[in-house]
Design a protein around this ligand. Structure first.
Ligand code: NDP
Length: 332
C-alpha cells in the first residue's frame, strides 16, 4: 500500500509577496485526489515552471505549490486499471504543475486521462529530455508541414533558437531536410546551433522593429517561440504562401501587426497548444520522436540536474539565459 508514503518535493512558498522554492518532505496523502499515483523519476524544465516558481498567478494561483509541468515514471496505484500498476507513463500539460502538484515532487496523483504510456524503446530520462518543450517543437513543425511547408521552398527560421523548444525545432527541421536559420540572442551559441543543423545563425537584430508593414521576404516558413515584436517582424519577412507556427511569449504576449502580410502574401499564422490538446495528438508526436523524428543531438546535449539546482536553473529561464534541454532527475 503506497497511500501514505513520504517523499521529497521542491515546493514553492510565498512570504510577503516573495516566492522561494525549497526541498520539503511531503506525504502522498497530501496529494490531490486523482486516479493514478505515479512515482516520478524524472521531470523536465520549462519556461512555464519558471513562471510558476516565481509566483506568476496566471500559471499557479495558490501557494505552497510544487511546480513541474512534466513528469515521467512508474504507476504505483491505479484506480482505473489503465494505465496499469507497474507501467511507465509520461504526463505533460493539462493542469500538472500549474494548480496540481507537479513533477518537481517524487510523486504526482493525476487523472488517468493525462497519462501517456511510455513508448516502447524509451525511458523516463529520454522522454523528459523532450518533455513539453520537445512536444511543442514537434507540434510546431507538424503544423507547418501540414500547411505544405517543404525544404525546396526556401529557408525556415526558428526564433528563440537556443531555448528548449527552439533547439529541438532546429534539429528536427534540419533532420527533415530544411535549411534552418537559427535566430538567437546568444552569440556564444552559434557553434552549438550549427551543430544541431542550422545552416546560418543570426542575431535577434534580424527582427528589429521596422515601421514598414512588409519587408523583403527572407524565409519560406518559420517556427516562432518568442512572440511579441520579433514575431510581428518575422511575419513581414515570410514569402508568399508561407506558414509560421507560434507557441511562445518570452518577448511578450502582444502581437502588433497589420493585416498586410496576410492579405498581400497569403501567409498563415498557426497557433500551437501542447497543453490541452487530446492525449491521442500528444501520442502521435511522442511516437515520431521515438522513430523518424529522433533528435540524437538534443538527447546527447541535455543537461541533468537535481532538485538542489532547480532554483538557479529556473531563474536562467526568466533571464532568457537557459539553453537546450534541462532534465530533473530525482535520484541526483
Ligand atoms: P526557453 O527559455 O528555453 O527559450 C526561450 C528562448 O527565447 C531563450 O533561450 C532565448 O533564446 C529567447 N528569448 C528569451 N527572451 C527573449 C526576448 N526578450 N526576446 C527575444 N528572444 C528571447 O523557453 P522554452 O523554449 O521552454 O519556451 C519558449 C516559449 O514557448 C515560452 O514562452 C513558453 O511559455 C512557450 N511554450 C508554449 C507551449 C505551448 O503549448 N504553446 C509549450 C512550451 C513552451 P535565444 O537566446 O537563442 O534568442
Amino acid at each position: 500500500m503506497t497511500s501514505n508514503v513520504e517523499f521529497k518535493a521542491w515546493r514553492v512558498e510565498e512570504k510577503d509577496g516573495n516566492y522561494k522554492g525549497t526541498e520539503q518532505t511531503l506525504n502522498t496523502a497530501d496529494l490531490p485526489a486523482g486516479e493514478v499515483l505515479v512515482k516520478v523519476s524524472h521531470s523536465s524544465l520549462n519556461y512555464k515552471d519558471a513562471l510558476s516558481a516565481s509566483g506568476n498567478k496566471a500559471v499557479s494561483r495558490s501557494f505552497p505549490h510544487t511546480p513541474g509541468i512534466d513528469a515521467a515514471g512508474e504507476v504505483v496505484e491505479s484506480a482505473t486499471g489503465s494505465p496499469a500498476v507497474g507501467s511507465q507513463v509520461i504526463v505533460t500539460g493539462y493542469d500538472l504543475g500549474m494548480n496540481t502538484a507537479g513533477g518537481f515532487g517524487e510523486y504526482i496523483r493525476v487523472p488517468a486521462a493525462w497519462c501517456v504510456t511510455m513508448p516502447s524503446g524509451w525511458d523516463s530520462q529520454t522522454a523528459m529530455i523532450y518533455g513539453t518543450a520537445g512536444l511543442t517543437a514537434g507540434l510546431c513543425v507538424q503544423k507547418i508541414l501540414t500547411m505544405g511547408a517543404k525544404p525546396e521552398q526556401g529557408k525556415v527560421a526558428v526564433t528563440g533558437a537556443s531555448g528548449a523548444v527552439g533547439s529541438v525545432a532546429v534539429e528536427l527541421l534540419a533532420k527533415l531536410g530544411f535549411d534552418v536559420v537559427a535566430i538567437s540572442g546568444k552569440t556564444d551559441h552559434a557553434d552549438s546551433l550549427k551543430a544541431l543543423g542550422a545552416i546560418e545563425v543570426v542575431g535577434r537584430d534580424a527582427l528589429t522593429e521596422d515601421k514598414k508593414p512588409v519587408l523583403k521576404p527572407a524565409f519560406a516558413n518559420a517556427v516562432d517561440t518568442v512572440g511579441g515584436s520579433p514575431l510581428a517582424e518575422l511575419l513581414k519577412q515570410i514569402k508568399p504562401g508561407g506558414s509560421v507556427s507560434c507557441c511562445g511569449l518570452v518577448a511578450g504576449p502582444q502581437l502588433q501587426t497589420t493585416v498586410l502580410p496576410f492579405i498581400l502574401r497569403g501567409i498563415n499564422l498557426l497557433g500551437v497548444d501542447s497543453v490541452e490538446i487530446p492525449l491521442t495528438e500528444k501520442e502521435v508526436v511522442w511516437k515520431k520522436f521515438v522513430g523518424d523524428w529522433k533528435c540524437p543531438k538534443a538527447e546527447a546535449s541535455a543537461k541533468t540536474i537535481g532538485r538542489a539546482d532547480l532554483d538557479s536553473a529556473l531563474k536562467a529561464f526568466l533571464k532568457g539565459e537557459s539553453a537546450g534541454k534541462v532534465v530533473l532527475d530525482h535520484a541526483v
